[in-house]
Each structure stands twice: as structure tokens, then as C-alpha cells.
Write a protein that binds this ligand. Structure first.
Ligand code: GLN
Length: 490
């Protein structure tokens, strides 16, 4: 029998339906792979007993001809999603050993549809970061290495554990979240597919909040089809999240293979950065050529406020984070460090519980929201946000169906290579933050490799609630680029 972990989710779904193997066998194969790949540090909690129990229960259902669209599929869950009776930490010391008494909506929908939980995946602390180095559990290792080199590389962040685990075939797919690029950037760094849905498409209920007006859950998978399958289960209206939108969830998988003939694809000139590596330029033109060959029409578009997106994001996101993280006070959750007064207890707990990057964001956020600076920073950033959104609307009003850009300005970098200057790290998000600021859907698809053999990704940005077009176009890129998996060294 072929190694069950090398199957795509769609292939495993077929194998389970044909009774070629059971969910328990599939689950055991992945549990074995996780054990053998601990050096990657992708999982912060393995839940083998629960996984086997879920697999046995779903096998019984499959035998009776029941079981949902994800029946028996083993998945990894980013540690930002609350999982009932299973430790959830957001990879922060401040949550300590917090065990939620409730399940996030997104994960509960996955279990409703028959998926099996293998464990919780590493991420940047409170999803703040682009390299997975801010996690209190330590950095995640990218299964990809430069050709002929042993240097350990980051998988990107904040969903680094999700991307690394999916790329290394430790799970068939994973949940992730994206506030400024945390699904798409790690997907690009690991040759996986990452989808950031339209704001409001997936419920945020039970997901640890970072910046509530930007946060969206979405899947990381090995193929565009697999991502479409997962999206259908993750999406949907939830009355418990007031920003969740009540519109029907389409069959995303059905969008794959649909003709894109005559579709207008925008190429934004402002995304052509000075000093951008020629490999990224080449990848971008190749992607455009593939879409053209499929009958799409390429048009140059302008998104003039792009250059303000990153600074505006790094005001809006910390502002919301400083407010959201106020709840971690040593009283309600996890860690408590005593003090002589309640005020001192708060201070001690927060000083010890939050890592450097989180503290930096809380301080920036508090500053930009403070009375004397609110208008100069926060209000101005909100105005820029409106203009960014309008840039996209103008573009879509001209009949553009989707926009093609690089996903990241470079391939994966080394662990510890970009720690000194936080701004250097923030520059990773240059192509992704605009999408969150405008609330739009985006997909990152593996599209090629750099001279050192590392994967590079392309991003497609869609109209609100038109993830389907992204799946159609994404699969064209995937077909043209071919799929690539990291050689196994662990
Ligand atoms: N890298 C960005 C940040 O640090 C985005 C993170 C995210 O999308 N969660 O804020």
C-alpha cells in the first residue's frame, strides 16, 4: 500500500469511501509521521488518544454509509482555535494551561463533517509574526531547505505550524488564521495552498482574537482542491459572531476546472517593488502567461494607496490587539503572577506572560489610541484603510474578476535571520495586508522555485465572497506549475 500520508485529502476521501483503508489506519499513519517529525516543532500538543477515538467512531459511521464530507480525514488545528477540553494557548505563556470549556465554531463544523483531530499546531504568539519565531513553544522548522544546505528555515507565520505540518505530510490539511497574511505567507514559504476567505465568511467565534476587524480563519492544504473541500466545511453563518455574513456556502470544489475564458485579471503596477528579486518578477509574469493561455485577459490596474497599507496595518492591528489583549489580566485565564496589590498582580502577570513582540504591539496600540495621538495615527490609518478598499472597488467596477500578485517578496529565510529589526519582519506582509484591510478573499498557490530550490507562491485576490473564482484560477496556476514536496531529511 502506498504511504497513506502522501495522499491528497481528495484521494484519501475516495480511499475511505471505497473502503481501501479505514480512518483509523489513515490516522495512525499520520500519528506515526508526527512522531517522526518532532524536530519540526509543528505540533505543540499531540492528541493521539482523541484522534483514534474520533477515527473509530467515524469508521463505524462510514460502515453504515453515514459520515459527512470530511469523514475520517485527519487534520491539524492551529492553537488559536479553542478546542473543548483540549489545551489552547495561542502559543502564549499567558494562557498557560488554559483548557476551553467550548469549541470554536470553525472546528465544530469540521467535526460535524467527520474530520479527525490529530493535535494543536504551533503559531506565532497570539498570531503576531511572520516567521513563527515568537511562539512560546519555540520556532517551527520549514521542511524545505536550500539545496545542498542544512540551514534551518522559517515556515513563515503566524500559521507556521499549520504550513509546516501540511507540507511535511503530518496532516491532510490544517486550520489557520490570517490577519495580515498569516495563511498566505506561510503557504508560499512551504509550497502549500492557503486561503484567506472574505471577512465574515468563516465565524471568528472561539478563535483567539488578535485584530477583530481583520482576523479570518481559513485552510492550508496541499492542493487547491483540498483547500476548496476544507473551506466548504469551515465557512458559514454563525449567529454567535455578529460579523459573520449570512449567505449560502457554495460548493467550492465545483469551481475547479471551470472556464476562465474572457475573465479580466488585474496586474497592479504598484506591486512592482524596487529591488524585488528577479525570480519573483519572473514568477509573476509566468503566472500571468499561464492564465492568459487559459483564455483570461490580463489588464494593468492601479491600486494607488498600496504604499500606505503596511504602515496603516501596523497601526490598526496593534490598536485592536491592545484592546483585545486587555482581558489577559491574571484573573480569568491561565497564568497569574502574584503581587502586593491587584494592580501589581496585573503588571507582573502581563510582564511575564507576554513575549517581546506582543508587548511591542500592546504598547504601539495603546499609544496610537491614546487621547493626544488618536487623530494623528488611528483615525488617519482608518481613513487610509477606506482608500485602500476603494482602490480595489474601482478596479472591480472596471470588470476585473481577480488580481494576480506575488504572495511574498522573497522565499523562506533562516531562523534567527530577521530578528533584530521588527520593521524588516513586517515587510514580509507587503503583498498580503492590503487584502485584510479591504476584507477581500485571497489565495496563495505554489508557483515555482527560486535558484536555491525554495518554493515561491503567487497570490490571487478576489471580489468579496467570490472565493470560487480564486479556486478556478488557483488550480490553473497549480496545474501549470506542478506540485512539489520537500525531500524528507527529518
Ligand atoms: N505578520 C503579520 C503580523 O504580524 C500578520 C499576522 C497575521 O496575519 N496573523 O501582524
Amino acid at each position: 500500500m502506498t504511504d497513506l500520508t502522501s495522499l491528497t485529502l481528495a484521494e484519501a476521501r475516495e480511499g475511505l469511501a471505497n473502503k481501501s483503508f479505514t480512518s483509523l489506519e489513515l490516522t495512525d499513519a499520520h500519528l506515526g509521521a508526527i512522531e517522526a517529525a518532532r524536530v519540526l516543532n509543528a505540533f505543540v500538543l499531540e492528541t493521539p488518544d482523541q484522534a483514534r477515538a474520533m477515527a473509530r467512531a467515524i469508521d463505524a459511521k462510514i460502515a453504515k454509509g453515514e459520515g459527512g464530507p470530511l469523514a475520517g480525514i485527519p487534520l491539524g488545528i492551529k492553537d488559536l482555535f479553542a478546542t473543548k477540553d483540549v489545551r489552547t494557548t495561542a502559543c502564549s505563556k499567558i494562557l498557560g494551561n488554559f483548557v476551553p470549556p467550548y469549541e470554536s465554531t470553525v472546528t465544530s463544523q469540521l467535526w460535524r463533517d467527520g474530520a479527525v483531530m490529530l493535535g494543536k499546531l504551533n503559531n506565532d504568539e497570539f498570531a503576531m509574526g511572520s516567521s513563527n519565531e515568537t511562539s512560546c513553544f519555540g520556532p517551527v522548522v520549514n521542511p524545505w531547505r536550500r539545496e545542498g544546505s542544512n540551514t534551518t528555515l522559517v515556515p513563515g507565520g503566524s500559521s507556521g505550524g499549520s504550513a509546516s505540518a501540511v507540507a511535511a505530510q503530518l496532516c491532510m490539511g490544517a486550520t489557520a488564521t490570517d490577519t495580515g497574511g498569516s495563511i498566505r505567507q506561510p503557504a508560499a514559504f512551504t509550497a502549500t495552498v492557503g486561503v484567506k476567505p472574505t471577512y465574515g465568511r468563516c465565524s471568528r467565534w472561539g478563535t483567539v482574537a488578535f485584530a477583530s476587524s481583520l482576523d479570518q480563519a481559513g485552510p492550508i492544504a496541499r492542493t487547491v482542491r483540498d483547500a476548496a473541500i476544507l473551506m466548504r466545511s469551515m465557512a458559514g453563518h454563525d449567529p454567535k459572531d455578529t460579523t459573520s455574513v449570512n449567505c449560502e456556502v457554495p460548493d467550492y470544489e465545483a469551481a475547479i476546472g471551470k472556464s476562465v475564458k474572457g475573465m479580466k485579471i488585474g496586474i497592479p503596477k504598484e506591486y512592482r517593488l524596487d529591488g524585488m528579486p528577479p525570480e519573483i518578477e519572473k514568477l509573476w509574469s509566468e503566472g500571468a502567461a499561464w492564465l492568459k493561455a487559459s483564455g483570461a485577459e490580463l489588464v494593468e490596474v492601479s491600486l494607488p494607496h498600496t504604499k500606505y497599507a503596511l504602515p496603516a496595518y501596523y497601526i490598526v492591528a496593534p490598536a485592536e490587539a491592545s484592546s483585545n489583549l486587555a482581558r489577559y489580566d491574571g484573573v480569568r485565564y491561565g497564568l497569574r503572577v502574584p503581587g502586593r496589590s491587584i494592580g501589581e498582580m496585573y503588571e507582573n502577570t502581563r510582564a511575564e506572560g507576554f513575549g517581546d513582540e506582543v508587548r511591542r504591539r500592546v504598547m504601539i496600540g495603546t499609544y496610537v489610541l491614546s487621547a493626544g495621538y488618536y487623530d494623528a495615527y488611528y483615525l488617519r490609518a482608518q481613513k487610509v484603510r477606506t482608500l485602500i478598499k476603494k482602490d480595489f472597488e474601482d478596479c472591480f467596477a472596471k470588470g476585473v474578476s481577480a488580481i494576480l500578485t506575488p504572495a511574498t517578496p522573497s522565499a523562506a529565510f533562516g531562523i534567527g535571520e530577521k530578528g533584530a529589526d521588527p520593521v524588516e519582519m513586517y515587510l514580509n506582509d507587503i503583498f498580503t495586508v492590503t487584502v485584510n484591510m479591504a476584507g477581500l478573499p485571497g489565495i496563495a498557490v505554489p508557483a515555482g522555485r527560486d535558484a536555491q530550490g525554495l518554493p515561491l507562491g503567487l497570490q490571487l485576490i478576489g471580489r468579496p465572497f467570490d472565493e470560487e473564482t480564486l479556486f478556478s484560477l488557483g488550480e490553473i496556476v497549480e496545474q501549470a506549475a506542478g506540485r512539489f514536496t520537500p525531500p524528507r531529511w527529518w
